[in-house]
Design a protein around this ligand. Structure first.
Ligand code: SAM
Length: 243
């Protein structure tokens, strides 16, 4: 039986609690009562749980039995800052497709006003990832980092296979690069980072920076995709190959 799933705000080995929006939805919309059973995501574990008590705007659960958890894909998505509603769509889709972490980056062609307000938008992106994690019945919530300038991000992202989604690339496809990373990591899941450019694309200077930092340009095919479509397509291809 599929039970509705919630993401715990606090938990220990035997109990978990919901507060804020989730709790008020449960109390006011779903008319929750002690004894009702749900699934609770606590950290990266999933529990069959029962409501033990409701007080004010907080719902307390007893954790009954641990359920099988499907780990996230070991993928970090460097997502350039672009029009927020489209970027948020991409964050929602990447969450549904199993991304582990999203690092928003400010690229040269990220619009100035968006780059300036990106930091204040990060909390909203985290809420969107949480809702999408619940809806897609994930057993964890992807990490959404605070936005960073591209150069700073590339100085810190040094692990695993690093793939630059480049619309001009013609020789190496993402599928090919992922197959190589899989073969190179033996039976371990390869760590993968993928970078998606803004609507105006990467500048030649940025492509040189990626190259200097050891990122491999990869293609998603001959057509120019919108940034949000490229993000979703890259996650779908990766999920298809790794899951
Ligand atoms: N600068 C491009 C143009 O107008 O010609 C468009 C950039 S595209 C809207 C935004 C980003 O999506 C690109 O920087 C790239 O990261 C990714 N992208 C789009 N189509 C792609 C493709 N066919 N292969 C690889 N990446 C692609």
């Amino acid at each position: 039986m599929t039970r509705r799933r919630w993401i715990a705000d606090s938990w220990d080995e035997a109990t978990a609690s919901l507060t804020g929006e989730q709790a008020s939805h449960l109390i006011r919309v779903l008319r929750a009562q002690p004894g009702m059973e749900f699934d609770i995501v606590a950290g990266d574990r999933v529990w069959h749980a029962v409501i033990a008590g409701i007080s004010g705007d907080s719902v307390r659960f007893n954790l009954l039995a641990e359920e099988k958890a499907d780990p996230a894909l070991p993928v970090t998505l460097l997502l350039s800052v672009f029009r927020f509603e489209r970027m948020e769509w991409a964050i929602e889709k990447a969450t549904e497709l199993g991304v582990e972490r999203v690092l928003p980056v400010i690229a040269r062609r990220s619009e100035k006003h968006l780059a300036q307000s990106a930091k204040t938008r990060a909390e909203r992106w985290r809420r969107i990832a949480r809702e999408a994690a619940k809806q897609s019945r994930r057993s964890d919530v992807p990490v959404i980092d605070d936005p960073l300038p591209l150069k700073t991000a590339l100085q810190q992202e040094k692990q695993g296979a690093r793939l630059l989604l480049a619309e001009q690339e013609r020789s190496t496809t993402l599928r090919h690069a992922l197959t190589e990373a899989l073969a190179a990591s033996g039976d371990q899941m390869p760590l993968i980072s993928m970078a998606v450019g803004p609507e105006g694309g990467w500048t030649a200077e940025e492509e040189a920076l990626f190259d200097a930092e050891g990122w491999k340009p990869v293609s998603l095919g001959p057509r120019i995709l919108r940034a949000e479509t490229a993000a979703m397509t890259a996650m779908a291809v990766t999920a298809a190959l790794l899951e």
